[in-house]
Ligand binder design. Structure first.
Ligand code: AMP
Ligand code: GLY
Length: 431
């Protein structure tokens, strides 16, 4: 079959790498792609916000299946449009993508269906939002309702910070995404990302992961899209995974079906796991980035039948196999990210890096020019490695990074530190 993948990040490179290995795929296209994806797929210069152009491309190139990477086109209804044009597509409809597109929608769904989440209220009036925050006290969390490219959540340590966030969001600081907001309880615990593949009725748990959101070592600096990740998350053992499925994921699927918006695609649950068990922080309607760059190297089974089964509603008969080995990925970003950064610097040493055992280098913001690889975005590379332990995967990833010559880039040196410490303490208990 011929597949068109939409997107251009490290997540899409990992998906392209995995799909390119499938015997089911005749031709793999990616729009717009990047320099790394170009090794796995034919990259095409297509504006993926122009659904008419995407549909015309599919018709012209015999595309059997479209896989959508990022959330923006999903929330805007690309899957609805493709399916209406008779083209199979992986991912949720616009109605189902509200699970990511509107925080208020998801919070209300949790409340109605007794899905564990932080106590909250929704507001479009700043005075009322501030009164609620004052009544609850700090720390408290303020969230823009809509998609805000990772900038919509403020974990406020003080009331003054919460009030400033409320004014910023409702005052138009995030545009239409901030027309409404949620004020919610601060949750204590350990965060984990949990992924499930859904077909409307059934869900298959994928793997778990933990990511590092802050820009600098020691969880310092501004929030980013993610500076690294590892899988599995040690806190999500088999018992916890079963709880997340039965207390969070499956009740969500039942509720979505009941409201006439069955959920198909990957459901990414951001969790806080504390004394009372797992609670939902938020949903995303797509694979995580950089979490996908550790999930794909751990997936033994062919990805393509799994994505098709999600679309076709036949996940029940799917059996996915995973490697037990953990994986870890370190993001290399352009200096300045997540603020302003330069483009066009030359990156070399990538082949030497990829030669390290267990390593795959996934590209994000890169482009090829005159035989050279140039930086072309904020997050630029993901150096992923598997190993018999997180520690070994980490050693391999950093060995690969030491072979990459890119003075204009930076990366965190402490990815996986907590998991490595946990491994060490388990080892010392066994000795
Ligand atoms: P997001 O940008 O929506 O992924 O959220 C950013 C981060 O804010 C999350 O990964 C959590 O670390 C934090 N966060 C969001 N909601 C809460 C909450 N209710 N309690 C504590 N931390 C939170
Ligand atoms: N790594 C966080 C995200 O993909 O939203």
């Amino acid at each position: 079959m011929n597949i068109l993948l939409l997107g251009s990040g490290g997540r899409e490179h990992a998906l392209a790498w995995k799909m390119a290995a499938s015997p089911l795929v005749d031709r793999l296209f990616c729009a717009p792609g990047n320099a790394g994806i170009a090794r796995e797929a034919a990259c095409i210069d297509l504006d993926i916000a122009d659904y008419g152009a995407v549909i015309a491309f599919c018709r012209g190139h015999g595309i059997d299946f479209v896989v959508v990477g990022p959330e923006a086109p999903l929330c805007a209804g690309i899957v609805d449009d493709l399916e209406a044009a008779g083209i199979k597509a992986f991912g949720p409809s616009a109605a189902a993508a509200r699970l990511e597109g509107s925080k208020g929608f998801t919070k209300d769904l949790c409340r109605t269906n007794s899905i564990p989440t932080a106590v909250y209220e929704r507001f479009s009036d700043a005075g009322r939002a501030k009164a609620y925050a004052r009544a609850r006290g700090a720390p408290i969390v303020v969230k823009a309702d809509g998609l805000a490219a990772g900038k919509g959540v403020v974990v406020a340590a003080s009331l003054a910070e919460a009030e400033a966030a409320i004014d910023m969001i409702l005052g138009g600081g995030l545009g239409q995404a901030g027309a409404e907001l949620v004020v919610e309880e601060f949750l204590d615990g350990e965060e984990a990302s949990f992924f499930a593949l859904c077909d409307g009725t059934n869900a298959v748990p994928l793997a778990s992961a933990q990511d590092h959101k802050r820009a600098f070592d020691g969880d310092k600096g501004p929030n980013t899209g993610g500076m690294g990740a590892y899988s599995p998350a040690p806190i999500v053992d088999a018992v916890m995974s079963a709880r997340v499925m039965s207390e969070i994921v499956l009740p969500t699927l039942r509720a979505m079906t009941a409201m006439g918006a069955p959920y198909k695609g990957v459901l990414y649950a951001g969790l806080m796991i504390g004394a009372e068990g797992p609670k939902l922080i938020e949903y995303n309607v797509r694979f995580g980035d950089p979490e996908c760059q550790v999930l794909m190297p751990r997936l033994m089974s062919d990805l393509v039948p799994a994505l098709l089964a999600s679309r076709d509603g036949v996940l029940k008969s799917l059996d996915l196999r995973w490697y037990a080995e953990p994986a870890l990925t370190v993001v290399m970003a352009a200096r300045g990210y997540p603020g302003a950064y330069g483009k066009g610097s030359v990156i070399s040493g990538l082949d030497k890096a990829a030669a390290v055992e267990g390593v795959e280098v996934f590209h994000a913001g890169t482009k090829a020019e005159d035989g050279r690889i140039l930086a072309n975005g904020g997050r630029v590379l993901n150096v992923s490695a598997t190993g018999s332990t997180v520690r070994e995967a980490r050693t391999r990833a950093y060995e690969a990074i030491s072979r990459i010559d890119w003075p204009e880039g930076f990366y965190r040196r402490d990815i996986g530190c907590r998991a490595v410490e946990r491994e060490a303490s388990v080892r010392s208990r066994l000795e």
